[in-house]
Write a protein that binds this ligand. Structure first.
Ligand SMILES: Nc1ncnc2c1ncn2[C@@H]1O[C@H](COP(=O)(O)OP(=O)(O)OP(=O)(O)O)[C@@H](O)[C@H]1O
Length: 434
């Protein structure tokens, strides 16, 4: 069973906007021309134009009501709204028309490969960098555009970076209280308890482990009660186990506070674990936004699919509105004859059946046609086994995984078939040099 885990939290306005965004995602999903249609048969495209509603005669019209004052807007503004951000360095565009919103209590991950412009976007949101175009608004108030530019300290934002830099000469409590009005200094202990460090106030940073220091940094960022938290790879300095623990703790504290969070990471696993929504960035642009489940299962293109896991790619050519492959036929009614397509499937969605000398497994609607290959290599990966098979039809290697230990010998014959509902079909990208 699968669940869509989108959870925008916060006000009903946020929920309404989330629904609208899902609809936008769904519309955007239709863009890669052939994917959705690969599963469906040819469709009728002629939609009859709807009849205009019949005009009522004047005597049936309702009597005019006295004018009422305008109702307040139904939707509260997002905590953070970035619109049309652009930034060039040395004539090179590193942030290109980036628009993104973060709702109260929502955690949005800006995810992408190194150098794609994530940190620059975050720095613009924080106000430590100024954009060449576009606006930054907090709770509906524009804090930066072509005219005005509020400095970071005037934005009610919390910042947390990888090098969280506590002041070494101040105690833990003084570190947390730093920047708080004097009247609220006693609240430092409250925030330390929040992050599991009650009673640590009198220690100095060098007396704490890396994970504890990270928690102090979190308490310090939370203490001024920012409405928006901006985090840039905040957990990357920690070892794996500590990282998981601190991620989870951080998440629950931020949710309790109702803070809107924009978190930069280049790790898909971190984004999947933490985000309500992921904004996938590449080459300065946001290429897809959606709940982790949605982005993983409906990637916008091959690169988006491959960013989250290893993928197999099968290339084929459209003939007569369909694409024939050794794994069966795919319907591609909107692609012209001769167009190349890439059929993409993750290793866990290839089914393996060993050749035991019996007739080939039967074709099915769920798995298409099984294709024959031989084991090239089998490796045990802990919770699953990875089988690399050389396919008989073209000599290419495909990778399939299966839960548990499954280590057939090299040369063992097998059939691979694709879970049709987990295939993505994209028009092929032009090849290098073509
Ligand atoms: N101040 C600057 N001057 C010139 N170029 C810059 C500056 N800051 C960033 N860049 C360049 O802009 C591009 C985007 O950088 P940015 O730090 O935003 O990427 P990123 O996606 O956060 O990468 P990473 O995950 O490696 O931190 C990079 O090519 C970087 O070298």
């Amino acid at each position: 069973m699968t669940h869509d885990i989108e959870n925008t939290g916060g006000a009903s306005g946020a929920a309404a906007r989330a629904v609208e965004r899902e609809a936008q995602d769904a519309r955007a999903d239709e863009a890669p021309a052939a994917r959705a249609r690969s599963e469906a048969g040819p469709q009728t495209r002629a939609h009859p134009r709807p009849e205009p509603p019949a005009r009522k005669p004047a005597h049936e019209l309702a009597p005019r009501r006295p004018a009422r004052p305008a109702a307040p807007p139904l939707l509260a503004p997002p905590r953070l709204a970035l619109a049309g951000l652009r930034k060039d360095y040395d004539g090179r565009r590193v942030v290109d028309d980036v628009s993104l919103e973060v709702e109260p209590g929502e955690l949005v991950c800006l995810l992408g490969p190194s150098g794609c412009g994530k940190s620059t976007t975050l720095r613009i949101a924080a106000g430590v960098e100024r954009q060449d175009a576009g606006t930054v608004a907090l709770d509906g108030r524009v804090v930066s555009d072509g005219v005005r530019h509020a400095p970071p300290e005037a934005r009610s934002i919390g910042l947390m970076f990888q090098d969280f830099a506590l002041f070494p000469h101040l105690t833990v409590a003084q570190n947390v209280a730093f920047g708080l009005p004097r009247a609220r200094a006693a609240e430092a202990e409250t925030y330390l308890r929040r992050v599991g460090l009650g009673g640590y106030g009198d220690k100095f940073p060098h007396m704490l482990s890396g994970g504890e220091q990270q928690r102090v940094a979190l308490a310090r960022a939370l203490a001024p009660r920012p409405r928006v938290m901006l985090m840039d790879e905040p957990f990357s300095g920690l070892d794996q186990r500590l990282r998981d623990e601190i991620r989870d703790d951080t998440l629950s504290v931020l949710k309790e506070e109702g803070t809107g969070v924009l978190l930069v990471t280049h790790e898909p696993e971190e984004a999947m674990r933490m985000a309500d929504r992921i904004a996938l960035m590449r080459g300065g642009r946001i290429v897809q936004v959606g709940a982790p489940y949605h982005i993983y299962n409906h990637p916008a293109d091959l690169e988006a699919a491959a960013f989250f896991s290893d993928v197999n790619v099968i290339r084929a050519v459209v003939r007569s509105r369909q694409t024939d492959t050794p794994f069966g036929l795919f319907l591609t009614p909107d692609l012209p004859d001769g167009a190349e397509v890439e059929i993409v499937i993750r290793p866990q969605h290839l089914r393996i059946e060993l050749d035991r000398g019996q007739p080939a497994p039967r074709e099915s609607a769920e798995h298409g046609v099984p294709a024959y290959g031989r084991v090239e290599r089998a490796r045990f990966m802990g919770s699953e086994s990875l089988i690399e098979a050389r396919m008989e039809h073209d000599g290419a290697i495909l990778r399939a995984t299966t839960p548990g230990a499954f280590l057939p010998e090299r040369g063992t014959g097998l059939w691979l078939s694709m879970r049709r509902d987990r295939c993505f079909l994209f028009p092929a990208r032009p090849r290098a040099g073509a």
